[in-house]
Design a protein around this ligand. Sequence first.
Ligand code: HEM
Length: 381
Amino acid sequence: MDLDPIPQTIADDPHPIYRVLREDEPVHYVEKRDLWVLSRHEDVLAAIKDPETFTSADGVVPSGFKPEKPTLIVLDPPDHTQMRRAVMRAFTPRRMAAMTDRVRGFARQLLDAFPASGEVDAFESYTDPLPIYVMAELLGVDASERPMFKRCGDAIVYSSGADPASLLSAQRELTDYLQTVFDERKRDPREDLISLLLTSSEEGRALDNEELLGLCFLLLVAGTETTTSALGNAMLLLERHRDARELLIEDPSLIPAAVEEILRFDSPVQGLSRIVRRDVEIRGQKISEGARVHLLFAAANRDPRVFDEPDRFDITRSPNNHLAFGLGIHFCLGASLARLELKVGLEELLARAPDYQLSVDRLQRLASDTNRGFSKLPTVL
Ligand code: HEM
């Protein structure tokens, strides 16, 4: 059996391979990728909690790609510590909760544009634009510039395999626009994320122009497609588990717990990687300094040592200590916002289209080494 987990991101069910890895080869070497794979919850957790040994500085994807200028997700302490502190101020649960009405407004606006009946591509009409609109709002993009932001955002986020020239021009256009926003906020600060990050306070220092640009691009890349994927995965799970959908329609207060189970059961980020800074030994297996190690969150999230009946989709599961947002110092900065978008996004979708039917034979999966989601969701209303 080919135990390379990377192509499993687009498999209908990656878990048969993940199960073999986790149960029989918990420390597995994929020769053609020169990549070690950890798949047990305990091992993945130990690695993400030890950034001194498992560094992010050489990129967190199996290919080793990293942004030109180092930004939060590829920083190690102490740089990470002070940057995270500076940025955290803008991501408090209170500030995120304050976005609830805006998120709901966007969700309703998109759902209102659905036809009364017939077919829509829920990716194009809902799961893709919703997180992009929320991100535009977070970054203080003017409503009139939202179409530009979506066009450039899509070009940047879904750039794999695309023409490099169009990626570059989208990056330039967005950089120029964000620069005008920074300049405006410097002159005339508002109550928003950019204004906050441009000023120092007791809780953290101000970001310089380059740092802020890098952060905006990171937020766009880390925060939109992941949430889009989570929403699409949720739609398929609630297509396959009609009983769960019924329960959520009857009692929407169950949605937050269901969101956690959706993230555990079909994790949008299946895995991310690190480089080991020194020789290590895991379960008797030696891994040499400089080797790349992939942390398979999605396999850890079905580890029977941590989750009872891990292959059962149980929207009332408690506790649910999944690793879909990572853990430790790089724990997802946008987790509160993502949870809010998923909760509100599902509440509104189930209220508007409780009987939606996905055309499961015509879905299209997104190509990615790390993320699992859809790029086409034909849906009958
Ligand atoms: C369901 C949606 C999402 C999932 C599954 C997800 C998953 C993750 C994971 C697994 C990490 C850990 C990275 C690592 O350990 O190397 C992470 C980090 C991060 N996420 Fe998310 N994310 C989501 C949504 C968002 C959103 C909405 C934002 C922004 C608004 C965001 C911004 C970030 C940032 C900036 C980091 C880096 C944090 C650091 O390095 O300190 N994410 N995310």
